[in-house]
Design a protein around this ligand. Structure first.
Ligand code: PMP
Length: 451
């Protein structure tokens, strides 16, 4: 069968519906990334600029998703566009070295003293995977430890217990290793040690059970699916102390949280991670991943060593388009820009909090840096289980997202937002106003939620 998008019939259904019907016959679920799905059909972008997206029906939206927190300057920033236009003319990928890779490596390494060496990759998934493999290679140990509910991409070991439910998650103080994909080998589950978030006592007791086998503890400083609440200092320090005492590595997943500080969210904490995974904003709008960290640990990837402990490569890694877009974007995201965006985001969390209070809806706002999440719960959840949504909350969240969408706002499907430097107070005020009417709309649905 021939697939030609231009053949979509001008029928009574909208252009978007017709496209989606066609896509359903070609891709499982009609898409390659589930995050674009919404009912009755996805929105198809025509073009975007700054904090605005226009869809193919001509409708405009303020974009608070920013491609899942990956666009720090919004869409099509003129300086990024100009720089990559120049680079495209010179070629997009070559199996020889580029100046762009070295220039960008230098910029990123200068952002944080814990970044002694760097290697680029093509996604956050790849960056986390490489961190875990480097940790195993360095320590000679098989297991990794991670927080229940934390999302770290698609690698088998990183994705364990990403979305467990009350039927399979086991005891609160000793969570089970729950697979995400059917067919995940049991060996992978056995090699992932799952700890509860912000619970140092139980986390350390669990780690102790595997202390000779753990290569690294993998941590997100503000895990999105765990409720987007910042990590408690006591928890983080307990994990760092444990890794130091037991010969394991401390690995941070800053794929999302890197946007929170000039040198990442880790800047705010008195810790020394061994490795950090990055992605999203450092690609300047293009696919990217990177791992940075201690020279001694990163050495496991050195192909010039007598014995290469972890061979690491990738066809499109460090391609000059990503390197150019990333460098231009991150140079513009200097300390002043980080501070300004974080201030605007604190203002957004304040405005949303006021809308919650005025509407009287049982909801809370979490987040930090340039992120926020609205959860339809009385109190900010402190771990994955507390953040787990009831069917009622799920229904009301979908209604709220639909309401925002109809009023021209795109958020992530967890009702989270990541701001961009293209935004101003005006966009935040517009969102807060739409949220107020939205909260009033869903109040009835939440009435049975029980205090
Ligand atoms: N880690 C975290 C914390 C993430 O949020 C994500 C993506 N949402 C990833 C890893 C995986 O990144 P990617 O989608 O680029 O593979």
């Amino acid at each position: 069968m021939k697939h030609d998008v231009s053949e979509v019939p001008a029928a009574k259904v909208s252009k978007s519906q017709a496209l989606y019907d066609k896509a359903l016959g070609m891709m499982p679920g009609g898409c390659s990334r589930n995050t674009i799905l919404r009912k009755p059909h996805p929105v198809y972008a025509a073009h975007a600029k700054g904090c605005w997206i226009t869809d193919i029906e001509g409708k405009k939206y303020v974009d608070f998703s920013n491609n899942m927190a990956s666009l720090i300057h919004g869409h099509a920033h003129p300086r990024v566009v100009e720089a990559i236009n120049e680079q495209v003319k010179k070629g997009t990928a070559y199996a020889v070295g580029t100046v762009q890779e070295i220039e960008y490596a230098e910029h990123l390494l200068n952002r944080n003293p814990s970044f002694e060496r760097i290697r680029f990759a093509n996604s956050g998934t790849e960056a986390v995977m490489a961190c875990l493999k480097a940790s195993r290679a360095f320590t000679g140990r098989p297991k990794i430890a991670k927080v229940e509910g934390a999302y770290h991409g698609l690698y088998d070991y990183a994705e364990v217990s990403q979305c467990p439910n009350p039927q399979n998650w086991g005891k609160q103080d000793h969570p089970a290793s729950v697979p995400v994909a059917y067919g995940t080998p049991k060996a992978a589950l056995d090699d992932v040690v799952v700890i509860p978030f912000n619970d140092p006592m139980h986390a350390v007791a669990i780690l102790d059970e595997h202390k000779d086998d753990i290569a690294c503890v993998l941590i997100d400083l503000m895990p999105h699916r765990v409720g987007l609440v910042p990590i408690q200092e006591e928890f983080l320090e307990a994990l760092e102390t444990w890794t130091r005492a037991n010969g394991a590595l401390l690995v941070l997943d800053e794929v999302i949280t890197f946007r929170c500080g000039y040198g990442g969210a880790q800047e705010k904490h008195p810790i020394q991670p061994d490795l950090t995974a990055m992605g999203k904003i450092i690609g300047g709008g293009f696919p990217v991943g990177a791992l940075v960290g201690r020279a001694e640990v990163m050495e496991v990837m050195n192909p010039l060593a007598k014995k290469v402990l972890f061979p690491h490569s990738g066809t499109f890694s460090a391609n000059p388009i990503t390197m150019t877009a990333g460098r231009v974007s991150m140079e513009m995201y200097d300390r002043a820009a980080v501070k300004k965006l974080n201030r605007l985001s604190a203002y957004a969390r304040d405005c949303i909090s006021q809308a919650i209070q005025v509407s009287g809806v049982p909801a809370c706002i979490t987040g930090g840096g340039s992120m926020f999440r609205i959860q339809l719960k009385h109190e900010a959840p402190q771990n994955y289980r507390a953040a787990f949504t009831t069917p009622n909350e799920k229904k009301a969240t979908a209604m709220l997202l639909d309401h925002l969408f109809e009023n021209g706002f795109i958020l992530m499907n967890t009702c989270s937002g990541a701001l961009s430097t293209a935004m101003t107070q005006k966009h935040v005020d517009m969102l807060a106003e739409a949220l107020l009417t939205g909260f009033r709309k869903i109040r009835g649905t939440l009435r049975d939620n029980g205090k």
